[in-house]
Write a protein that binds this ligand. Structure first.
Ligand code: ADP
Ligand code: K
Ligand code: ZN
Length: 448
């Protein structure tokens, strides 16, 4: 059975027509950014790409990649292609340093954002009139408002719960009886576990579909969520730089790869070392060119996400290419409960605290269904002497108000600046891992 599509003509466009549309939009885009964004004028000039003679898709590999560092170098609005007054909304996500990655949207960009999310929700099984329990975080993060706009465009009833406060979420799901939920896969696991603890069986729940993303997940997690909540869950993928969630979504019919909305986002998969485009099916770095963005269009944006593409026809009737699950990343970005975290951001916070040294380690574990992250950090020599203790065990820290206050202050500053809660462990000087010549493992990800 063929499910409902939000924009059926566009979603089933034959490959040649889709390609022609991409070709036309790409040529227009290259001229647009050349005229409006000094960074791209320089980049294209240096690469010897003349926008007037640009032949479209076949010339695409001649354009250098845009990377996250380019966004940082032009913080906050330096890559905008329109005057600030024409920017209708700003979002931001974690950058590689203390500064966030800032993105902007014109009115039309927001319309496109809502459309691609509406397509994604419909692909996930949602219908006009259904209720969406949206447990993605609202705020600068694109998740909450992104899903919200798409659900409204589709004609759903939106409950903007945002993240956290699990007790309340559980109550609202039972009282309001939503058919669809959107959140991170790990939070869906938490909710499933909470219902089980309360003796609420999946059959009693109104939920039918779950739209899960913002962090990597597996078929094992899918099975757990599907059984625990009594839903069919699909993957939603996206990143703020390209638009936010809704760059791609699995169709509920197949759940075999996520359809990338190719009329707006042109994907490539390239070799992580050489940058050469890879053939269909080969794992490499996912790269996107935004074909219709006005406020902050990007050429060949290096996502750092590792996956593959398949152009094989899908039984759902959509012609748009599918991407596999995200298999890893090329940089040191950690995703903790959906929040992007770079070790360098944590380091920037530590540098501003005189009682500690920037010797630290981040250990991430999966406790039950939730990510638990611990920050081990060394206190400074003078501070350690002042405290006059031999060890800094949990009991010692609890008993000494100076240690206790320091630990709280570090945790609060990290929460405020990085957006994630870390359990802080204080170490005496010299006890955090040091490099022994090779690359220092500042991050220990024990989740896999
Ligand atoms: P989002 O709001 O989509 O999480 P961010 O810009 O904060 O956007 O983070 C984007 C990054 O999050 C992606 O580059 C990717 O590493 C990760 N991500 C987003 N969605 C998924 C997903 N469905 N599966 C795996 N990783 C994802
Ligand atoms: K994320
Ligand atoms: Zn499909």
């Amino acid at each position: 059975m063929m499910g409902m599509m939000y924009q059926p003509e566009l979603e089933t466009l034959p490959r040649e027509k889709l390609r022609a549309l991409q070709e036309e939009r790409l040529k227009r885009l290259v001229v647009y950014v050349y005229e409006r964004v000094p960074f791209y004028r320089r980049l294209l000039d240096e690469a010897g790409v003349d926008p007037k003679g640009f032949r479209g898709l076949e010339d695409l590999p001649r354009i250098p990649f845009t990377k996250k560092t380019d966004l940082r170098d032009h913080y906050p609005f330096g890559l905008f292609a329109v005057p600030r007054e024409e920017v209708a909304r700003i979002h931001a996500s974690s950058g590689t340093t203390g500064k966030p990655t800032v993105v902007g949207y014109t009115k039309n960009d927001l319309k496109v954002f809502a459309e691609v999310v509406a397509r994604s929700l419909a692909a996930a099984g949602a219908r006009p009139g259904m209720m969406l329990h949206n447990a993605y975080g609202y705020g600068l993060f694109t998740g909450g408002l992104g899903l919200h706009g798409g659900a409204e465009a589709l004609g759903m009833t939106v409950v903007p719960v945002s993240g956290g406060m699990t007790e309340r979420q559980v109550m609202l799901i039972q009282d309001f009886r939503p058919e669809v939920i959107s959140c991170t896969p790990s939070y869906a696991q938490t909710l499933a576990e909470e219902f089980r603890k309360r003796g609420v069986s999946p059959e009693e729940l109104s939920l039918e579909y779950a739209v899960l993303g913002a962090e990597p997940w597996t078929e094992a997690i899918r099975k757990q969520v599907d059984e625990g909540l009594g839903v069919k869950s699909t993957n939603i993928y996206g990143l703020s730089e390209i638009i936010g969630p809704g760059v791609s979504n699995e169709c509920v019919e197949e759940r075999q790869g996520s359809h990338i909305w190719e009329d707006h986002f042109l994907p490539e998969v390239v070799d992580p070392d050489t940058g050469e485009p890879l053939p269909e099916g080969k794992v490499g770095v996912l790269v996107f060119t935004t074909l219709t963005k006005e406020a902050m269009p990007l050429l060949r944006y290096w996502t750092g996400d590792l996956t593959f593409l398949t152009y094989e026809a899908c039984t759902c009737g959509r012609t748009h290419v599918r991407m596999g699950p995200i298999l890893g990343r090329t940089d040191d970005m950690l995703i903790i409960r959906g929040v992007n975290v770079y070790p360098t951001q944590v380091e920037a916070v530590l540098l501003a605290i005189p009682e500690v040294e920037p010797y630290y380690q981040i250990v991430v574990r999966r406790e039950g269904t939730l990510d638990e992250a611990e920050l081990k950090v060394e206190v400074s020599e003078p501070f350690f002497r002042e405290i006059g203790r031999e060890v800094l065990s949990d009991e010692v820290v609890e008993a000494d108000h100076r240690l206790h206050a320091l630990r709280e202050r570090i945790a609060r500053k990290i929460k405020d600046n990085v957006g994630v809660t870390l359990k802080v462990t204080l170490l005496p000087p010299g006890q955090a891992p040091r490099s022994e010549g090779g690359k220092l493992r500042r991050v220990l990800d024990l989740r896999k």
